[in-house]
Design a protein around this ligand. Structure first.
Ligand code: BG6
Length: 488
């Protein structure tokens, strides 16, 4: 596959000495070279504040850093030598940004590039606004070719800050230049949700309140807060996962069929979903925080004992919500959404539970033997689909068993690209479909912001368990084992 639309450009990473550059961005840009027309060149200009680095020292650091992450592949060192440069500056300073513009101009002239530029803000969120202002003031929001601005999450920490950030962005850039990252949208299986729904008539015709009883979305993480307490303790699971990743998953599952498969139509339908939900009431939300517990290989510290966490922190590491989408399609169908850290395993699943037949014809000793049909979409790990249905167990007495008809990506395809590979390709191609629109961000904050403050109870759960007992009221009977964590 050759992507003809990718034009030569410079990919400027602001905050280039951070983790993301070595773990995700540079390995992804390297892998993308194979899809790109051989005449097309993408240069990387890493921008950082370390004066001790120059081009050579940055490249040497980068090669070693990429190797340490385990992301190195044959040829990446040579690619780094040929395509990567370093520029030291304070990114929030207007005159430094002007010098950056001169450096870019010189690089483009030297390499005969047309002046297309992406600016990737891989920075702490507190630096987003001053950096965007400095880029804008210095004239870098426009360039001789196209200019794309890429903003990492979190996009604001509440509605007011997200609106303020959007205002700053829009002061200098048109919405068509903005790429707000939610890496869940780059996951192959998440994108496949659309193909699955819209390319297969059998599913789309059942995708509504007449046939669906409930939808459950689980994003379970085995890891705890690790070394990120500085960020996480001020953030919590609602801001870190629900407002963005889970809201996006709900939108993709619940959206109406778009007129066409382009960024504008898809984003329009996703925004409608967010706007048709209302903030859940207190009884429909359960917050949790992990306490000490056990994993298979030994004890796990509780959240309060993690390095950098405040002694009396009430930050939630778990959220379970019952959401309602007030649309013709979904009226009365609950969407149970939950996520947590230090759960028994890493698992992201969507389960669509279908209604049972109106009359039960198969009974044993007065009780109905039917189980609900469930469509289980596993987004990670072990990506795939399974449709559970009832079959007769051989012999007598009559017994029904639920068995899956399933498909695993691993069995059918070679390798699933990393989300960043997909997202960076789209940034270079100018395709905004998998990026979040300003209206989506604001609609999502409107929905979840009321849950951030106030007197909320945060329940303890042991590390390595499926979350607080109080959340069991959000679990659906009849779902496959992994989605009934109350019992597992
Ligand atoms: C990030 C969150 O956005 O997503 C992390 O900040 C979380 O806290 C991560 O661990 C989960 O991503 P994935 O791709 O591993 O499911």
């Amino acid at each position: 596959m050759t992507l003809k639309r990718v034009e030569p450009s410079v990919f400027v990473i602001l905050g280039a000495t951070g983790d993301l550059t070595k773990r995700k961005l540079v390995p992804a840009l390297f892998r993308l070279r194979k899809y790109v027309d051989p005449g097309t060149r993408t240069f990387v200009l890493g921008v950082g504040r370390k004066p001790e680095l120059d081009d050579d020292a940055f490249r040497a650091w980068l090669k070693e850093a990429v190797a340490e992450t385990g992301e190195a592949e044959d040829g990446i060192d040579q690619w780094i030598d040929q395509h990567v440069r370093y520029h030291c500056m304070e990114e929030t300073d207007v005159s430094s940004c002007r010098s950056l513009g001169e450096r870019l101009g010189a690089l483009e002239e030297e390499q005969d590039l047309p002046g297309n530029r992406s600016f990737y803000l891989s920075l702490p969120p507190s630096r987003f606004v001053p950096t965007i202002e400095a880029l804008g003031e210095s004239g870098l929001a426009q360039s001789p070719g196209w200019t794309h601005l890429v903003v990492e999450k979190p996009f604001g920490r509440d509605l007011a800050s997200a609106q303020a950030l959007n205002r700053t962005v829009h002061r200098w850039y048109d919405e068509s230049q903005i790429y707000r990252i939610d890496h869940y949208l780059g996951k192959e299986t998440v994108q496949n949700l659309l193909v699955f729904r819209l390319a297969n008539a059998i599913f789309e015709s059942l995708w509504n309140r007449s046939h669906v009883e409930s939808v459950q979305i689980l994003v379970a993480e085995e890891l705890g807060v690790e070394t990120r307490a500085g960020y996480y303790d001020k953030t919590g699971a609602l801001r870190d996962m629900v407002q963005n990743h889970l809201a996006q998953l709900v939108s993709l599952v619940a959206m109406e069929v778009p007129a066409t498969i382009d960024a504008e139509s898809i984003r329009y339908e996703k925004i409608k979903v967010l706007r048709s939900m209302s903030t859940p009431s207190a009884t429909d939300v359960v917050f949790g925080q992990y306490g000490p517990g056990e994993n298979g290989s030994g004890p796990d510290a509780g959240y309060l004992d993690e390095p950098g966490v405040g002694v009396a922190s009430t930050t939630e590491t778990y959220v379970s919500l019952r959401l309602a989408v007030d649309s013709w399609r979904w009226q009365g169908v609950p969407f149970y959404v939950r996520t947590g850290k230090r759960l028994p395993k890493r698992l992201t699943q969507i389960a669509v539970t279908f209604r049972q037949p109106p009359v039960c014809l198969f009974e044993s000793m007065g009780s109905c033997l039917l189980h609900s049909n469930v469509l289980l979409i596993t987004l990670q790990p072990d990506e795939g689909f399974a449709l559970y249905f009832d079959v007769k167990a051989p012999g007598e007495p009559l017994d029904l068993r639920t068995l899956p008809l399933s498909f695993r990506y691993e069995d059918a395809f070679e390798k699933i690209p990393d989300a960043y590979e997909t997202l960076l390709r789209d940034i270079l191609e100018g395709d905004q479909t998998l990026f979040v629109h300003s209206d989506e961000v604001e609609a999502s904050w409107k929905l979840f912001e009321p849950l951030l403050g106030g007197d909320r109870e945060v329940h303890r759960y042991p590390a390595g368990s499926w979350g607080p007992e109080e959340a069991t009221r959000h679990f659906v009977r009849g779902a496959p084992e992994t989605l009934q964590p109350a019992s597992g």
